[in-house]
Design a protein around this ligand. Structure first.
Ligand SMILES: C[S@@+](CC[C@H](N)C(=O)[O-])C[C@H]1O[C@@H](n2cnc3c(N)ncnc32)[C@H](O)[C@@H]1O
Length: 512
């Protein structure tokens, strides 16, 4: 979900019904996933049926995309509910009405007022302020909302008096019962297209919870009776700076990403990794994609003994791999306990549901190599990444340190297996980032060189406040000098945020 607004967190909403932490994280994750999948499905539908769609004028790709997700059971928060929606934050921007349905913020595609029944009364759950009615917004926290029905602009019928039923009645009841109503505001954007033609599009921003303070009837712009509600935003919610919204929302919508390659791994990874460029004419970088580390000829992978657990290795007392790591389980779908070195189970472990090897299943997120403004290529994810998730391994040729000197070319893609990444000064000198210095020794250690052979890990850039960190892991051999270098998410990462780690970070002391 694109978090594009400048919002100020001034407090949290009261959450009477507490959800278990695990469930909460799971739902938040599902919301982001659903939205991402919806956007992808919609893009594909539009690409496939682009010209055809004009002929079939009733066909709505947005609705079809939602239906496809529903069939797959991917829609979230499908039960109508009052109050906040898990996984959706104040200030979140949605590209169309269908996206509101996908995340469960406002399930009805067409109607501005959504309602549900509680204790025999219908109550408003959410409203979309689409701007088609005359809704006068006095201050940012006050919204005067016109009821539904009788509007010739919407129904293409003669204007008539609104009736006190459905949405109108729900808003009246909400005022009486004092329940919260979610407010979604439509924001209109104008962009200048070719031939200086103005093109407009609308996005929808979740504005938070409101209460209906007054409800009355008056004569509307077509001379007929309309219902009006005065809604007041409840305090202690993030503040949205509306004057900046329009400008900021344009950014993600106007992305000019050109897909240079659909899958840089050429089918070697579990997920295709596309290369996109919205910056310049550089096409995808040339190197040999390999999913696995390439060991030197002299290196013979040996393994003393792994575990032979049958039941998921959860019994730390009996799992040899977990004991090697210090007797504490490091994973629970994500990494929960960082160590200087983690021993993952390998093929000797007979457990079909072994939980002690999350790095061996390959890449699980839709990673994308993209052109950055000043750092060459970088990596981001097209989907939401929960904290602690495995991202990818740093793969390349294993070299002895002394060999590095003999190799020609740059040291851009070297990763010391003791966790130190080595590089030379940045291309863009204007970047005031501290960067680790090249070690002035070349000893007996090992280095992963991803210059000629590597995977997506070679494109992950440096940051002093990174969202990834490296972890050494052993599973297929016992040589602690050459552990696998695995990148994990240090925090939850929204889609399209660049993935980075601190090149100078040490994974920990590995005692041979
Ligand atoms: C492992 S590569 C990362 C991928 C690289 N950006 C590329 O285009 O292939 C390391 C190189 O990326 C660039 N780089 C990485 N992090 C950077 C940063 N924070 N600022 C500027 N350049 C950076 C530097 O040129 C560095 O030598």
């Amino acid at each position: 979900m694109d978090k594009t607004l400048e919002i100020r967190k001034v407090g949290l909403l009261p959450n009477k019904k507490r959800t278990r932490v695990d469930d909460r994280d799971g739902i938040i994750h599902n919301v982001k996933e659903a939205l991402d999948e919806y956007r992808e499905t919609l893009t594909k539908l539009r690409q496939k049926h682009g010209s055809e769609a004009d002929k079939r004028d009733c066909w709505r790709p947005d609705i079809e995309a939602v239906m496809r997700l529903r069939k797959k059971g991917k829609l979230v928060n499908m039960r109508k509910q009052l109050g906040p929606i898990l996984g959706v934050e104040v200030g979140d921007e949605f590209r169309n009405r269908a996206e509101l349905t996908v995340v469960g913020l406002h399930l009805n595609f067409r109607r501005g007022i959504e309602y549900m029944k509680r204790d025999g009364k219908i109550l408003a759950t959410s409203i979309v302020n689409s701007g088609r009615y005359a809704n006068h917004v006095g201050s940012p926290d006050i919204l005067i909302y016109s009821g539904e029905g009788g509007n010739p602009r919407v129904e293409r019928k003669k204007p008539k008096d609104q009736t006190l039923k459905r949405g109108n009645l729900a808003l009246k009841n909400s005022m009486e019962v004092r329940t919260h109503v979610r407010v979604i505001r439509a924001v209109k954007h104008f962009e200048v297209g070719t031939c200086a033609k103005k093109r407009s599009f609308t996005t929808y921003v979740y504005d938070g919870l409101y209460k209906v303070e007054h409800f009355w009837q008056e004569r509307g712009e077509f001379g007929k009776l309309v219902f009006k509600s005065l809604l007041k935003r409840i305090p202690r919610q993030p503040i949205i700076t509306w004057e900046k919204v329009s400008k900021q929302l344009k950014k993600p919508m106007m992305s000019k990403d050109i897909v240079c390659k659909n899958d840089i791994s050429e089918g070697k990874e579990t997920m295709p990794i596309r290369v996109v460029n919205a910056i310049d004419s550089e096409s995808h970088p040339a190197f040999n994609y390999t999913r696995y580390v390439i060991y030197p000829n002299f290196f013979k992978a040996t393994k003393q003994r792994g575990c032979d657990c049958l039941h998921g290795c959860l019994e730390c007392k009996s799992c040899l791999c977990v004991m090697n790591t210090g007797g504490v389980f490091s994973y629970n779908n994500t990494i929960t306990d960082r160590k200087s070195l983690i021993y993952d189970c390998d093929t000797t472990c007979k457990s079909s549901s072994c939980k002690n090897r999350i790095c061996q299943h390959g890449i699980q997120f839709k990673l994308e190599v993209f052109r950055t403004k000043s750092k060459g290529w970088g990596v981001r994810s097209r989907s939401y990444i929960p904290r602690g998730s495995f991202i990818c391994e740093y793969v390349g040729e294993i070299l002895q340190e002394k060999e590095v000197k003999q190799r020609r070319g740059s040291h851009e893609y070297l990763f010391w297996t003791n966790g130190k990444f080595v590089d030379h000064p940045f291309r863009d000198a204007s970047q005031h980032v501290s960067f680790p210095k090249l070690p002035n020794f070349f000893g007996d250690g090992f280095v992963i060189d991803a210059t000629q052979h590597g995977n997506v890990g070679r494109f992950v850039n440096h940051s002093c406040s990174p969202n990834l960190s490296a972890q050494s892991v052993l599973y297929d051999h016992d040589d602690v000098r050459i552990p696998h270098m695995m990148l994990f998410a240090k925090k939850s990462i929204p889609p399209h945020q660049e993935l980075t780690y601190d090149y100078s970070s040490r994974v920990g002391k590995i005692v041979p």
